[in-house]
Design a protein. Structure first.
Lengths: 483, 503
């Protein structure tokens, strides 16, 4: 007997945003090839496509599609919104910077979009296979993006390094996943948790090995210490716009993967991964903040700062509670705006032929361009976590969640490291406001860049003053939590 | 009450400051005038508070309460009692004077300076009005940013070192307090409302942990010995207005924090830690005074005298009796007025001579007689001459200290003698002796400068001769605070509503 099954088109509905983005990515390549005169429209096409996808994601019905492989739930929605936001802001800021450094813009936007699709898949993955698929789909275009600026030497080094390290991390993850599959006979994440509970596998050494491998792989992806060594070089070598994007988008997607595996797949092992993550988080903050203290390059400093912020964001995950996860997601949203904002100011400084990435280059920015300096001030204070900026609310929420889960010493450590971080963020403020300018050339700000910066600063201050709706959204993303 | 007076007080200067952005940068005169107007209107806005304030109750007045971040049980709640109202007045006055003293002293980045100063005023008002611990923390930390910029951008040659030291010291303290706040939230029934947090039966161990967490923030701000080392640097390098705000309001916030949070919320720990606190206070008094004798820098000397004077404040506070506490609060106002006035005066003379070295001065009494007269008054008030406000506060504190631990008053009194020594010696070195070379031909005080100093003179004599004008605000609130600390708080008030247990 052969059953003929009609194609059920409604089943495709949950992945419509991804499909839309893929078609826009292809369209972008086509436009680049056949309409070379209209290249200036590419970023706007990207932005419009992403905005449409964002609207579709926000309006989506919560369902489970493709037999549990694809989850369209609140968790996925939040992370998708973060990733889409990252791409939108990056695209807005791209045109000016790419023109200044002479980066080819054609394939740049389509690579961004393909990477974005990977991130969206990671956020929605309900199955280890989809998770891995999304991860690779995200990573491959980024390897290319890092190496896109062929005339710069550091870029190739960064791309190769990122490619090798990324491949290594993926292998670790895959090994961990295969162990999980071997133990439980399924790749469906929710089912794994059930089987671990029903077969009482939680003390099984192979499971612990799987956990270790998964943790290592995830920590590579979010650049948590001691798996962070690739980060500073790659972040410094990549074109600043790609660095900015990598420090928010893929990092958020990495957290999505991390949270999904730990909270949905291995909640019974919280006694194991909670303390391990606590140590890793402290280590990450220590490495990020202390190494950032002695950087002379602003870009490298921001790279270390983004390592440190991964450490803060881990505080919510390690708590293992719904509140903790909400805190991590809140922080990632706020981090998106403040970090992209800070990188955008760095991009403004660049001039054709001169990267201008050192601290010295911010000297006297307050005199050269008071508005840019004031914006940078807001972003830096937000990164430090000083109210009334969003960074403070995010950090407070994380601390509170970790504290409620009983990680008192970790919280005290986090607090002390964020006091240390004040020093290097303030150093930038000092150079901007308290030194005389070396350059006198006026800064150019294109409309796209201005829009991006405006959105960032509005979000950072707005979320600092009235974070209520964001917190409510994050909490309802998980009705009842995962336990 | 339909007009949210306290919110107006907080947001008027903030909006006023931001409105300066609309003025073109070159029109500095307009910007200065607008800043002055905003600060004057702010001062006027405190008047209705004074007139409508009910001195016969300890409950919070002019209360505003709105849910803010409901997910975390954080409310936007404001209110003032007899303790905080005086600081609102002081803040408003000090800012007006700071604007006046910066009139010509600030010549670069003028709009930024006044914007930052007014933002600072809004945040300071918020600190004194907040009755939600989280909201308090927001204002407390937000205050750091403008102060950091004021010292760092418009300060003296060593300003960057000073401002970063100031920022890091206070930030570490505040962050430890933040952990304390979260701890308190977990154990105090998931609320940040300080009225609800007070009077709950916390275990002694928890209270002690919290006490030290709060101590980290408040003691740095006061500053108590041995965490005072940021103050001399910050004071010395800050522009005149920065020093005035720092001495006048900012360092009072540490003591205010003790009064508002440590004492009522953690009564057992306070009792337990009484002795260490008294010892630290006495050390600060004597140590600060002795260091003053060795200073060669004018502003640094006054900064160390602040350490000594704030030692008196904490001494009176931890004497934990009506006289000591009232003396401490009065002394905070006095110190704000007197040290604020001294920094104003130093700022004026610095504009003329561009040196802070005491050795470079001499004979000013004959070249700038009016200035010498003002400075003499401030010196005498700082020394605590009867008839000036300094006397009343210090006397009450010594009385309170004597009642608690007689030896504290004995040692602290030596601080008074040392105080007279270093202040009068300073006066002698600057204003008497033969006229030094660079001191000839200095311009006399102009009308703006005299108008800046005059309110301080009035206040010095007014509080000195009629302290009840201020003490009247305090009696009931301080009595209630003592009830809370001595453990009769809630039960006692419930039994005998409206009566004072400690006459």
């Amino acid at each position: 007997m052969i059953d003929t099954v009609a194609v059920n088109w409604t089943a495709v509905e949950p992945i419509l945003p991804e499909l839309l983005l893929i078609s826009i990515g292809v369209l972008l390549i086509g436009c680049d090839l056949f309409l070379p005169r209209q290249r200036h429209l590419l970023p706007w096409l990207t932005v419009v496509g992403c905005l449409t996808a964002l609207a579709m994601v926000l309006g989506t019905q919560f369902t489970t599609a493709f037999g549990g492989m694809f989850l369209a739930d609140g968790y996925a929605m939040v992370f998708k919104a973060i990733c889409l936001g990252a791409v939108i802001l990056t695209t807005l800021m791209s045109e000016q910077f790419c023109r200044v450094i002479g980066l080819r813009q054609g394939e740049y936007y389509s690579l961004l979009l393909f990477s974005l699709v990977g991130m969206l898949l990671m956020a929605s993955a309900g199955d280890l296979m989809v998770l891995y698929l999304g991860l690779e789909l995200m990573a491959l275009p980024i390897y290319a993006l890092v190496g896109l600026h062929k005339r710069e030497q550091r870029t190739s080094e960064a791309a190769i390094k990122y490619f090798l390290m990324g491949g290594f991390a993926s292998a670790l993850l895959l090994f961990g996943m295969s162990l999980l599959y071997g133990l439980t006979g399924t790749t469906e994440i929710a089912r794994i948790a059930e089987l671990i509970a029903s077969r009482q596998l939680s003390a099984n050494p192979a499971l612990l090995a799987a956990l270790g491998l998964l943790l290592a792989g995830c920590c590579f992806k979010i650049a948590a210490a001691p798996f962070h060594f690739w980060t500073p070089d790659v972040y410094e070598g990549a074109p600043t716009i790609v660095t900015a994007f990598m420090s928010v988008g893929p990092k958020a997607a990495g957290f999505a993967l991390f949270g999904r595996v730990l909270f949905l797949g291995l909640p019974q092992l919280h006694d194991h991964w909670g303390p391990i993550l606590a140590v890793l988080a402290l280590l990450t903050m220590a490495v990020g903040n202390i190494t950032a203290l002695c950087q002379q390059s602003l870009k490298r400093m921001l790279a270390y700062s983004s390592i440190a912020h991964a450490g803060y964001a881990l505080l919510g995950l390690l708590a293992g509670t719904a509140e903790g996860l909400a805190a991590t997601m809140t922080y990632l949203v706020i981090y998106l705006f403040m970090n992209l904002g800070a990188f955008a100011i760095l991009m403004l400084l660049a001039a054709p032929g001169e990267p201008r990435e050192s601290l010295e280059d911010c000297k006297g920015l307050a005199t050269r361009h008071p508005v840019a300096a004031a914006l940078m001030l807001v972003f830096l204070f937000s990164l430090t976590g000083i109210p009334p900026t969003g960074g403070f609310i995010g950090k407070f929420y994380l601390l509170k969640a970790a504290f409620a889960a009983g990680y008192t010493l970790t919280v005290v450590g986090a607090v002390l490291f964020s006091a240390i971080s004040a020093y290097f963020y303030l150093r930038v403020v000092r150079y901007m406001y308290m030194n005389e300018p070396k350059e006198t050339a006026a800064l150019v700000v294109t409309p796209g860049m201005a829009t991006g910066l405006g959105l960032c600063v509005l979000a950072v201050i707005g979320l600092g003053i009235s974070p209520s709706f964001l917190l409510d959204w994050m909490i309802t993303a998980f009705p009842g939590g995962l336990y | 009450m339909s007009i949210p007076l306290l919110s107006t007080l907080i947001f008027f200067p903030i909006l006023g400051g931001l409105s300066l952005l609309c003025v073109p940068r070159q029109q500095t005169a307009t910007i200065r005038t607008m800043a002055l107007l905003v600060s004057l209107v702010e001062l006027l806005l405190t008047l209705p508070l004074v007139l409508l304030f009910d001195k016969s109750t300890h409950v919070m007045q002019f209360v505003e309460h709105h849910p803010w971040i409901s997910a975390l049980h954080i409310n936007y709640s404001l209110g003032i009692d007899g303790i905080s109202i005086l600081f609102l007045l002081l803040t408003a006055l000090i800012i007006v004077l700071s604007v006046l003293v910066s009139w010509e002293a600030i010549s670069s980045k003028v709009p930024e300076f006044f914007i930052v100063l007014l933002l600072l005023e809004g945040a300071m008002m918020g600190v004194f009005c907040a009755t939600d611990f989280f909201l308090f923390y927001i204002f407390w930390e937000a205050m750091l940013i403008p102060m950091f910029l004021i010292i760092g951008i418009w300060g003296g040659p060593n300003r960057i070192y000073a401002t970063i030291k100031f920022f890091l010291y206070t930030l570490v303290g505040s962050l430890l307090m933040l952990v304390g706040i979260i701890l308190l939230y977990q154990h105090g029934g998931h609320t940040f409302d300080i009225l609800k947090l007070a009077g709950q039966p916390y275990s002694l161990k928890l209270q002690l942990i919290l006490f030290w967490a709060f101590f980290a923030a408040f003691a740095v701000k006061v500053p108590m010995w041995p965490v005072h080392t940021w103050l001399p640097d910050a004071h010395t390098e800050a522009p005149a207005a920065g020093s005035v705000v720092l001495a006048g309001v900012l360092i009072k916030m540490g003591a205010y924090g003790f009064l508002r949070f440590s004492l009522p919320i953690l009564p057992d720990a306070t009792q337990q830690m009484l002795l260490p606190m008294l010892v630290l206070s006495v050390i600060a008094i004597v140590y600060g005074a002795i260091i003053c004798l060795a200073q060669s820098d004018l502003k640094r000397l006054i900064a160390y005298s602040s350490v000594s004077h704030m030692g008196f404040v904490t001494l009176g506070m931890f004497a934990l009796n009506q006289r000591g506490l009232e003396g401490a609060i009065l002394q905070m106002i006095n110190h704000g007025v007197v040290t604020g006035a001294l920094f104003l005066a130093v700022g004026m003379i610095y504009e003329r001579t561009h040196t802070r070295e005491i050795a470079a001065y001499g004979g000013l009494a004959s070249t700038m007689p009016v200035f010498a007269g003002f400075f003499l008054l401030f010196t005498l008030a700082a020394v605590g001459l009867p008839g000036t406000n300094g006397f009343v506060g210090e006397f009450l504190i010594l009385l309170g200290g004597f009642e608690r631990q007689p030896w504290t008053a004995v040692v602290a009194a030596s601080g008074l003698i040392l105080g007279a020594w270093y202040m009068l010696w300073l006066y002698q070195r600057i204003f008497f002796n033969e006229v030094k070379e660079g001191m000839r031909g200095l311009t006399q005080l102009n009308l703006r400068e005299i108008l800046t100093l005059a309110p301080m003179v009035v206040l010095i004599f007014w509080i000195g001769l009629y302290p009840n004008a201020l003490l009247g605000f305090l009696h009931v609130s301080v009595g209630h605070l003592l009830d809370q600390v001595h453990g009769v708080g809630l039960a006692g008030v419930a039994l005998l509503p409206g009566t004072m247990l400690h006459p």
